[in-house]
Design a protein around this ligand. Structure first.
Ligand SMILES: [Mn+2]
Length: 424
């Protein structure tokens, strides 16, 4: 695949070099460190969740996509393809029990052969598994029944053990727990049970592991969610200990929430552990990153970049993951679009002169502040992103290379038209 990518790049190289050279000289003239930006873009890695390779999609139905991976090995192969083409998908995030590795060592070696590491593992207590002795219908870690809580705690501990065998170092806990009708549940008891359950899972983790607590304001429960917002997640993370962090998922906010402010606040306290990328029009739509609100993504990246460059509270390196999955597009093309949108927003944020912005803020020059941000946002940084990929040995234009190489057609020929990925 590497040689094929290089030969496709060759055909695009001349045009790319001219675009890149033009932008690089413009930026350099404005005092921007172009080489540093390209290097930062080339080293940025985002995890692909194991459920994003199939055409899972909406909550209401499933429309398959030809050549979908039907097991974990095939999913790793697909992430390997996306990584070879983009150079920025060097990690996979497993969902347990949808993707339990049969032979951990073999799976680890397969991933290593494609330069892929295992990022955070995800537990699932929002569905009952076949033969489960008690049900999560009325909640898992929050449940009034000790037997249900114990089952959910044990599942999370098991997920950590599976992750350990693969070399993962963190677990993401997202809870569907809550209630749909007023009076159905006690807010305080639900929260107290959840806190005690999380502490038990936390205490069982190896000393070099981290826990990420993901929040969501509504869905699947509509009246109340136990971990409804960043404040509740932050509170629970603080109760668990210093290796527990909040995880921000872009889609897990009510419309118009200022997510960049949440990011800044958490990094200021050293408590932002993970970040799930997607985009949405209404709620948790799980659409391709940057397809609806690219300016919001840029403003979030501005805070992420600032937080990483001014890490006064010792915030850990963030676990980045794409948490999007729709069923209208080829899942691999969709992921490549998301990765591109992430790098574009990152590159734009890197263009902001933070000293100049601070000076304008200190002078309360509101007009100038907006000019600085929008000048960065309106710069076409795509040649920088393409150059970062080219230097990593990846494709200058991943989707075009993917199509020219006929990858989907080959997968359909190999795996069939009607396979179904494990997961939802
Ligand atoms: Mn998520």
């Amino acid at each position: 695949m590497k040689e094929q990518i290089q030969s496709i790049n060759k055909k695009q190289e001349q045009r790319h070099k001219s675009d890149f050279g033009h932008l690089a000289s413009q930026l350099a003239a404005r005092g921007h460190a172009v080489e540093k930006t390209v290097a930062a873009l080339a080293s940025f890695q985002v995890a692909i969740p194991s459920w994003a390779l199939g055409a899972g999609g909406t909550r209401f139905g499933r429309f398959g996509y030809g050549g979908e991976p039907s097991n974990l090995e095939e999913k790793i192969e697909d992430v390997g393809t996306v990584h070879a083409l983009t150079g920025s998908a060097g990690a996979i995030s497993l969902h347990i029990p949808w993707d339990i590795p049969g032979d951990a060592q073999e799976v680890k070696e397969l991933a290593a052969s494609k330069n892929i590491v295992f990022d955070a593992v995800n537990s699932n207590t929002f569905q009952d598994q076949p033969g489960q002795p008690v049900s999560y219908k009325f909640g898992s870690l929050c449940n009034e029944s000790k037997a249900v809580r114990e089952l959910a705690i044990e599942h999370n501990k098991e997920v950590v053990r599976i992750g350990e065998a693969l070399g993962s170092k963190s677990i993401t806990v997202w809870l569907a727990d809550g209630s749909s009708f007023p009076g159905q549940a006690s807010f305080r008891r639900s929260l107290a049970h959840t806190s005690a359950s999380l502490k038990e899972i936390y205490a069982d983790m190896p000393g070099d592991w981290s826990m990420f607590i993901e929040y969501k304001p509504y869905e699947p429960n509509f009246y109340h969610m136990v971990v409804q917002d960043w404040g509740t997640s932050f509170l629970l993370a603080n109760e668990c200990g210093e290796r527990a962090y909040t995880l921000v998922d872009l889609g897990h906010h009510l419309p118009n929430t200022n997510i960049e402010n949440i990011v800044a606040t958490l990094m200021y306290k050293g408590k932002l552990g993970g970040f799930h990328f997607n985009d949405s029009k209404f709620g948790d739509d799980d659409l391709t990153v940057g397809c609806i609100k690219p300016y919001q993504l840029f403003l979030i990246f501005n805070e992420l970049v600032f937080g990483m460059q001014n890490n006064t509270a010792d915030n850990p390196p963030l676990a980045w993951m794409i948490d999007a999955s729709h069923n209208l597009k080829d899942p691999m093309e969709d992921l490549m679009q998301s990765l591109d949108a992430i790098l574009v927003a990152y590159a734009q944020a890197l263009l902001i002169d933070q000293n100049e912005l601070k000076a304008a803020q200190m002078e309360h020059d509101v007009t100038r502040c907006q000019e600085i941000l929008q000048a960065a946002f309106r710069t076409d940084v795509r040649p920088l992103v393409r150059e970062a990929r080219r230097r990593s040995g990846a494709a200058i234009s991943p989707i075009s290379a993917y199509r020219q190489m006929g990858i989907r057609e080959k997968l359909i020929a190999k795996r069939g038209e009607n396979v179904q990925a494990t997961g939802l």
